[in-house]
Ligand binder design. Structure first.
Ligand code: ADP
Length: 729
C-alpha cells in the first residue's frame, strides 16, 4: 500500500475516531446530566429517609420506655400477687395440663415439710405418693393405694368435687380444684380445721341439750303422774261427798271442787302425755280391737254435751271395710276423743260426722284406714291452720275465747298418729266448719265381721224414719247390705202413710212435729202390731216414756253395725204385720211402680192401662212428691212425666240419681213426654232418665216396660206377652 493510501487511511481512521469520541462525549454528558438528576433525587430521598429514621428512633425510644414501665408494673403486680398468695394461710398451687406443678405458695408446701421432691415441676401423682408414704395424710378406712387411686380419679375428672382430707396432726384441709380452659388446674387447700371442730362441738352440745330436754320431759312425766294419783283421790272423794246429805251451799262447794279437780286432771293428763312422747317414753300397746266400737264409745261419751247443744252425731263406717284391727286402742281412742271432742266443742248447731273409709289389702293383711271428723262449727281461719298443731296453740279470736282448753290436744294427737306411722291433716273454712282427718296403716285382725250378715228370718222390708237425710242414707245402706228392702221416710206423718208391707219400723227418737215415741203411739193406735225399734241419743230418757211400752227395743244412736245386726236377728219372724201375705217368706212381693203425673185425667188413663197388672202402684202429683216417694216407697220402676209443676221430671230425676249415689242403687226411670222434639231426647237422657215413651201412651208399651223392669224377687206383674195376646184374642 502507498503511503498516500496509508495516510488517507490513517486520516479516515482518525476522523472516525474523532467522531466516535464526539459521540461518546455527547453520551457522556447525557449520562452526566441523568446522573446529576438522579443524584438530586437521591439527595431528596436521603433527607426524607433521615427524617423518617429520626421519627422511628423517637418512637422506638418512647415504646422502649413504656415497655420498661409496663414490665416494671407487671413485675410489681406479679410480686404483689405472689406476695399475697404467699401470705394467705390456705394452700394455693397451680398445675399445667400435664399435671405438673407450676407454682405453689408456702402454705401449700409447708405440709410437705421441705420434702425435696415437692417443688415446681413435680407431678400430682408424685405429690399423692409423698402424702401417703410420708404419712402426711390420714387415709382413714382406705388403704394408701386406694386413697391415691380415689384422689387421682377425682383429679382427672372434668370438674373435681371438693373433698376434705384429714392430716396426720388432725388438721382438716378442704381441696377445691378448678380446671381452666387450657387444661391448667388451680388447686386450693382450705384449712377448715376450726369449722370442723366447731361443728363437732355443736353436735355434742345438741346431743347434750336433747338429753337434758328428755330428762326434763321425763321429770315432768313423772311429776304429772305423781300429781294425778292424789288428784284422782280428790275428785273421787268429792264425788262421794256429793252423794251424802249436803246443804245447797255445801253441794255447790263440793261440785266446784269436783269440777276444778276434773279440769286439772285433764290438763295434767295432757301434759303427761305430751312429756311422755317428748321423752320418747311412750310405748304403743297393739292388740286386736273393734274400731267401729271404739268410735261409738267415744260418741257415747260426747253424747250428753252434743245433746245439750242439739247436735247430731253421725257415724258412717264404710260398708266394705272390716271393723276389727290390731292397733293401740287406747291411743287411737285418745286421738278420736280429741278430734271428736273438739268438733263437738267448736260446733253450736248442725252435725258432727265421723266417716271411716279404707281399702283392705288381703295380701299384706293391712288396711290404710282413713278417719275423717267433719263438723259444721266455727271453722279455723286459713292463716291459723298450721298454727293450731303447735303446743299450747289455739286460735285467738273472739269466737274461740269462749271455749276452754290447753291447746295441747292436737299437738299430742298429731304426735300419736305419727308414732303409729300415720298422717294427720285438716281442711277448714272459717265460719263454715272443719274437717280433721287422719290415716293409719292398721293390721287386719282375724276376727272380722262376716261380710254379709244373715238376713233375719221373716224380715224383708224395713221402714226407716229419720228427719236427717245423712242418717237415712247410712241406715239404708247398712240394711240393704243385709239384703233387706228399705223404705225411708223423713217424718212420722209420712211414715204412717207407708206402713203397708213393712216388717219392722226403725225410727229416730228426736224428730220435729212427731217424735219416735209419738209415732209408736200412732202406729199402735192404728192397731198395727209391727215391731218398732227406737234409735235414741238419750235411751234412758226414752225408756221412761210410757210410749216405750210399744217398742221392741231402744238403741243408743248412732248404732254400731254389729249391734244393729244382732238386734235385727232378735226381732224374729213377724207374724202380725198389717198385711199378712208378704210376711210369708215363700210369697214374693208385688212390683212397686211409681207414676209421676200431675194431670188427673192422665193419671186415670195410666191407672186403667195397668189395671190388669199385679203391681203396687203409687201416683206422685209433681216432681217433689216423686222424690219423696222414691225414698219412702222404694219403687222398682218410675214412670216420669216431664212437664210438671213445682219440679219437673228432669229435675226430679237428677235429685233421685243424686240420692242413689249414696246407696249405689239404680231405679229404672221411664220418661213420659208429650212429644219427642229433635234434641229433646238428649236433654232427657242427660238428666239420668233411662228410657222414654211418647204420649199418647199405649198399653203394650207400658206393659212391655213393666215386664222388662220387674226385679228378681217380685211377682211377675203380667202374664208373658204371648199369653196376654192369647187372652185378648
Ligand atoms: P284445745 O282444744 O285444748 O284448745 P287443741 O290442740 O285440741 O287444744 O286445739 C287447738 C285449737 O285448734 C283450738 O283451741 C281451736 O282454736 C282449734 N280447733 C281445733 N279443733 C277445731 C274445730 N273442730 N273447729 C274449730 N277450731 C278447732
Amino acid at each position: 500500500m502507498s503511503l498516500a493510501n496509508k495516510l488517507a487511511e490513517e486520516r479516515r481512521g482518525r476522523l472516525a475516531a474523532e467522531r466516535l469520541l464526539e459521540l461518546k462525549q455527547v453520551e457522556l454528558s447525557a449520562a452526566n446530566r441523568k446522573l446529576g438528576r438522579h443524584a438530586a433525587a437521591l439527595q431528596g430521598e436521603i433527607v426524607e429517609t433521615r427524617a423518617e429514621v429520626e421519627t422511628v428512633k423517637t418512637e422506638n425510644e418512647r415504646v422502649k420506655t413504656e415497655l420498661g414501665q409496663a414490665n416494671q408494673k407487671v413485675e410489681i403486680a406479679e410480686r404483689r400477687l405472689w406476695h399475697s398468695v404467699q401470705t394467705i394461710t390456705d394452700g394455693f398451687a397451680f398445675f399445667n395440663s400435664d399435671n405438673q406443678m407450676i407454682a405453689a405458695n408456702g402454705a401449700y408446701l409447708t405440709i410437705f415439710d421441705g420434702h425435696e421432691l415437692i417443688r415446681p415441676g413435680v407431678n400430682y401423682v408424685t405429690i399423692l405418693q409423698v402424702l401417703t408414704e410420708e404419712g402426711i395424710v390420714n387415709t382413714g378406712n382406705l388403704a394408701p393405694d386406694d386413697w391415691r387411686q380415689m384422689m387421682t380419679e377425682r383429679w382427672m375428672s372434668p370438674n373435681p368435687e371438693p373433698i376434705t382430707v384429714r392430716l396426720w396432726n388432725d388438721q382438716y384441709v378442704k381441696l377445691v380444684d378448678r380446671r381452666g380452659h387450657g387444661g391448667d388446674i388451680v388447686s386450693l387447700g382450705l384449712n377448715i380445721t376450726e369449722s370442723v371442730r366447731y361443728e363437732k362441738q355443736l353436735k355434742d352440745a345438741r346431743a347434750e341439750a336433747e338429753a337434758a330436754s328428755r330428762a326434763k320431759s321425763a321429770f315432768l312425766a313423772n311429776m304429772s303422774h305423781e300429781i294425778r294419783t292424789p288428784m284422782n283421790g280428790v275428785v273421787g272423794m268429792a264425788e262421794l261427798l256429793g252423794d251424802t246429805g249436803l246443804s245447797e251451799e255445801q253441794q255447790l262447794y263440793v261440785d266446784t271442787i269436783k269440777n276444778s279437780g276434773e279440769a286439772l286432771l285433764v290438763i295434767i293428763n295432757d301434759v303427761l302425755d305430751y312429756s311422755k312422747i317428748e321423752a320418747q317414753k311412750l310405748q304403743l300397746h297393739p292388740e286386736p280391737f273393734d274400731l267401729e266400737r271404739s268410735i261409738h264409745e267415744v260418741i257415747m261419751l260426747l253424747q250428753p254435751s252434743a245433746r245439750d247443744k242439739g247436735l247430731t252425731l253421725l257415724v258412717d263406717f264404710d260398708l266394705f271395710l272390716p271393723t276389727t284391727y290390731v292397733g293401740d286402742p287406747g291411743r287411737i281412742r285418745q286421738v278420736l276423743t280429741n278430734l271428736m271432742g273438739n268438733a263437738v266443742k267448736f260446733t253450736s248447731d248442725g252435725h258432727v260426722l265421723v266417716r271411716v273409709t279404707g281399702v283392705p289389702d288381703p295380701e299384706s293383711g293391712q288396711a290404710d284406714v282413713t278417719i275423717v271428723i267433719e263438723d259444721t262449727g266455727i271453722g279455723i281461719p286459713e292463716d291459723k291452720v298450721d298454727h293450731i298443731f303447735g303446743e299450747f296453740n289455739q286460735v285467738e279470736n273472739e269466737r274461740n275465747r269462749q271455749f276452754d282448753g290447753t291447746g295441747l290436744g292436737l299437738a299430742i294427737s298429731q304426735r300419736l298418729v305419727k308414732l303409729m306411722d300415720g298422717d294427720m291433716w285438716v281442711t277448714s273454712e272459717d265460719g263454715v266448719g272443719s274437717c280433721f282427718g287422719f290415716k293409719l296403716p292398721l293390721a287386719l285382725s282375724e276376727s272380722n265381721l262376716p261380710e254379709h250378715p244373715p238376713v233375719p228370718d221373716g224380715l224383708r222390708r224395713v221402714l226407716v224414719v229419720d228427719d236427717i237425710e245423712a242418717n237415712r242414707t247410712i241406715l239404708r245402706r247398712q240394711l240393704e247390705q243385709m239384703g233387706l228392702g228399705v223404705v225411708c221416710c223423713s217424718s212420722g206423718m209420712q211414715a204412717l202413710k207407708n206402713l203397708d208391707n213393712i216388717d219392722l219400723v226403725l225410727t229416730d227418737h228426736n224428730m220435729p212435729e212427731m217424735d219416735g215415741l209419738e209415732l209408736a203411739d200412732a202406729i199402735r193406735a192404728a192397731d198395727n202390731p209391727v215391731p218398732i225399734l227406737l234409735l235414741s241419743s238419750n235411751p234412758s230418757f226414752a225408756a221412761n216414756d210410757p210410749g216405750a211400752a210399744h217398742l221392741h227395743a231402744i238403741m243408743q244412736k248412732p248404732v254400731p253395725r254389729a249391734d244393729l245386726f244382732a238386734r235385727l236377728q232378735s226381732v224374729g219372724p213377724v207374724i202380725n204385720s198389717s198385711t199378712a201375705a208378704p210376711s210369708d217368706p215363700a210369697m214374693p212381693r208385688k212390683m212397686r211402680v211409681l207414676a209421676a203425673e200431675d194431670n188427673k185425667t192422665n193419671q186415670l188413663v195410666f191407672g186403667k192401662m195397668v189395671k190388669d197388672a199385679d203391681i203396687d202402684l203409687k201416683f206422685a202429683n209433681n216432681g217433689i212428691e216423686a222424690v219423696e216417694y222414691f225414698e219412702s216407697f222404694a219403687p222398682d220402676l218410675i214412670f216420669m212425666d216431664i212437664s210438671m209443676p213445682k219440679m219437673d221430671g228432669k229435675e226430679a230425676t237428677v235429685k233421685i240419681r243424686e240420692l242413689e249415689t249414696k246407696t249405689g242403687s239404680h231405679v229404672p226411670i221411664v220418661a213420659l213426654t208429650a212429644h219427642a222434639m229433635d234434641g229433646d231426647d238428649q236433654g232427657i237422657l242427660a238428666s239420668g232418665i233411662d228410657h222414654y215413651l211418647t204420649k199418647p201412651l199405649r198399653k203394650p208399651e207400658i206393659h212391655g216396660k213393666l215386664r222388662e223392669m220387674c226385679p228378681e224377687g217380685a211377682l211377675p206383674p203380667l202374664p208373658d206377652a204371648e199369653e196376654e195376646a192369647r187372652q185378648a184374642g
